[in-house]
Ligand binder design. Sequence first.
Ligand SMILES: Cc1ncc(C[n+]2csc(CCOP(=O)(O)OP(=O)(O)O)c2C)c(N)n1
Ligand SMILES: [Mg+2]
Length: 301
Amino acid sequence: MELYYKDKTPVFDIAAGLIPGEIHSSHGQEACAVGTVFVLGQEDWITAAHRPHHTAIARGICVKKILCEIMGKANGLSAGRGGHMHLYSKEHKFCSSGIIAEGMGPAAGMALASRMQGKGGIGVCYLGEAAVNQGAWHEVMNMAGVYKLPFICVIEDNNWGVSVSKAASTAIARNSDRATSYNALGLYVDSNDPDDIYNKMTEATEYARSGKGPVILELKTYRLQGHMLGDPQHYVPEEEKLAFRDCTIDYKNKLVNEGVITESEADSIIADIKNEVDEAVEFAIKSPLPDAQNALTGNFV
Ligand SMILES: Cc1ncc(C[n+]2csc(CCOP(=O)(O)OP(=O)(O)O)c2C)c(N)n1
Ligand SMILES: [Mg+2]
């Protein structure tokens, strides 16, 4: 026991603070959400991963409701029952799951349903590069290829699955190369730039909507805050940490350098976003916890 506890001192008390349990931050991966979700329409369906907040915000889901859900409050998307990994909004055709690669089947099913009903929507599943090694991923990709489903799998490649590197867990460098096995189109973006991602996602959606079959779109990105907040990432080599990029800063600089916006316009956009988040935090803190009497409402019992 003593040997086990050596160097395993918890960095934080998991029950403490405003957010019950841990939280998997999307910081660093914002470009993946903005560059892909903005290509989608209201008719399309999204299943997001256990790190779903950037995707949910890009889909236009109310930040106040997201924060209430994260804090387990009654005003949350699912009245506080889902928590930070399980964000759901029927109106936005959006859900997410703590089980990695879980969204593959539902997104492919929504793609099939949409085609059968002639609604023209596509199904998009978001997951991390490590989740691709889950058996369900391969089963669903295979059937999506067989049925030529209007389905896109967006892989956010941050190079880590908890503390295991992509090289240590995955036989090939790019998961998009797996597309050949599933009669799919494979695309890779290595810039973490929203414009580049938007362009490739546009190509992906045109392909999927045309009836040619599924697409695997892998995006190189960075997990800036570790697997979950409080993870000191000692296992990440120092040179890799030095190469980490924050796409929000890079994109702001790009827009300013290209003369799309001025520095002061950028500052005011950032200030507006901070205000919106501060207001949402305040709203969530003041929101009530779910009433214990409703504990069984909405559950399968
Ligand atoms: C089926 C299943 N197995 C294991 C886990 C535990 N788990 C949670 S996140 C994770 C790694 C995910 O890595 P990746 O898919 O690259 O996503 P990232 O965390 O990097 O965004 C694992 C193994 C899980 N949630 N579900
Ligand atoms: Mg990963």
